[in-house]
Design a protein around this ligand. Structure first.
Ligand code: ADP
Ligand code: MG
Length: 325
């Protein structure tokens, strides 16, 4: 097997707030292979976005990475200088968000912003940068690249703005795209188009994509492998086939049964009872135990470690499967 493009090992991120220390990420571990579309899925508040930001060492204050290893393409991200990180952010690793307007500057045209980005990460002349920008707009399926180049962000629809963000990622030669809920704010048709575009770029450009989403349906459509996050750590990981069709963890089962598709197929709509822990008062034992239908005594006391399933890369952190061994 080739070396992973991104490997996160035992990542811990804390926020020191007036209310106390928020344990946002608690031992997150997963790795992505180059050219892979990898899903990081879980309910809101499970630590997905903070993990994505940590990969760029861009966790906002008062957050801090307390512990863990982040290896990007064989290089230790934690050892890099701030200057080296600035070159990597928006260069070799790009990140896009749910709300593209927050990343685009309303005062400058799309063209101005993308050429500036290209020039920041290469020594291209203004003319070469513009040519590359137009090429990228075309590549991400934006009609009339010249028109888009001259447009201000507010003149573009949400889907077009997201395409501009993806073009900016490609233009500066990103190897890894971290896409944090990139389609959550878009309507269903546009959502499908953006996901199709990401799949295409993965296929044609060999781009590696970390797709962060709360929606298992999105993962089922687009990803090769997936990691399910709960309370800042991974509870189940494997190929999409294993995790979605041989589902083991009660939390993943809960997410599955809340999918509209399952409801249409005659299963009653189940939303998992209870809430994600707030991170201020860490739960002892398995963090999911207060919400779990299969809770046992051991779950209240001991945190389960990942256990390998029959299928090689499928692993589950749940005491139910220790019992079975
Ligand atoms: N700036 C912040 N200050 C305090 N807590 C934060 C901050 N950002 C995130 N958190 C906390 O970290 C946890 C994980 O958040 P996040 O990664 O955004 O979750 P997700 O993306 O899975 O919805 C949550 O409990 C959230 O409240
Ligand atoms: Mg998030």
């Amino acid at each position: 097997m080739t070396d992973p493009i991104l490997s996160i090992e035992d990542l811990h991120v804390r926020f020191d707030t007036y209310a106390g220390t928020v344990h946002a990420v608690n031992g997150m571990t997963f790795e992505m292979q180059p050219g892979e579309m990898f899903g990081l899925v879980g309910e809101s508040g499970c630590g997905k976005s903070v993990t994505g930001l940590a990969a760029l060492r861009a966790v906002p204050s008062p957050g801090r990475i307390e512990n863990g290893r982040i290896i990007f393409s064989g290089e230790d991200v934690m050892q890099k200088s701030e200057e080296e990180m600035q070159a990597i952010r928006g260069g070799r690793i790009a990140m896009i968000f749910q709300d593209p307007t927050a990343s685009l500057n309303p005062v400058f045209t799309a063209g101005n912003q993308i050429t500036r980005q290209i020039q920041q990460h290469s020594n291209a002349s203004k003319k070469a940068a513009k040519e590359r920008a137009l090429e990228m707009f075309d590549e991400v399926g934006l009609p009339n690249p010249e028109g888009i180049y001259r447009a201000y962000p507010h003149e573009l629809s949400g889907g077009m703005q997201q395409r501009v963000m993806i073009a900016m990622a490609l233009a500066s030669g990103a190897e890894l795209l971290i896409a944090d809920e990139p389609t959550t704010a878009l309507d269903v048709t546009i959502q499908a188009q953006i996901l199709a575009l990401l799949s295409e770029l993965r296929q044609n450009e060999g781009l590696s994509i970390l797709l962060i989403t709360h929606d298992l349906g999105v993962v089922a459509e687009t990803c090769d492998r997936v990691a399910v996050a709960y309370a800042g750590r991974i509870v189940e990981t494997g190929t999409v086939d294993d995790v979605l069709y041989q589902t083991k963890h009660p939390y993943t089962q809960g997410l599955m049964s809340a999918l509209p598709d399952m409801v249409e197929h005659g299963h009653p709509l189940q939303v998992i009872k209870g809430n994600v822990p707030d991170g201020l008062r860490p739960v002892t034992g398995c963090p999911f135990h207060p919400r779990c239908y299969a809770v046992m005594d051991i779950c209240r006391e001991q945190q389960p470690l990942p256990i390998q399933m029959e299928s090689q890369k499928h692993s589950v952190a749940c005491h139910l499967y220790e019992e079975a061994k």
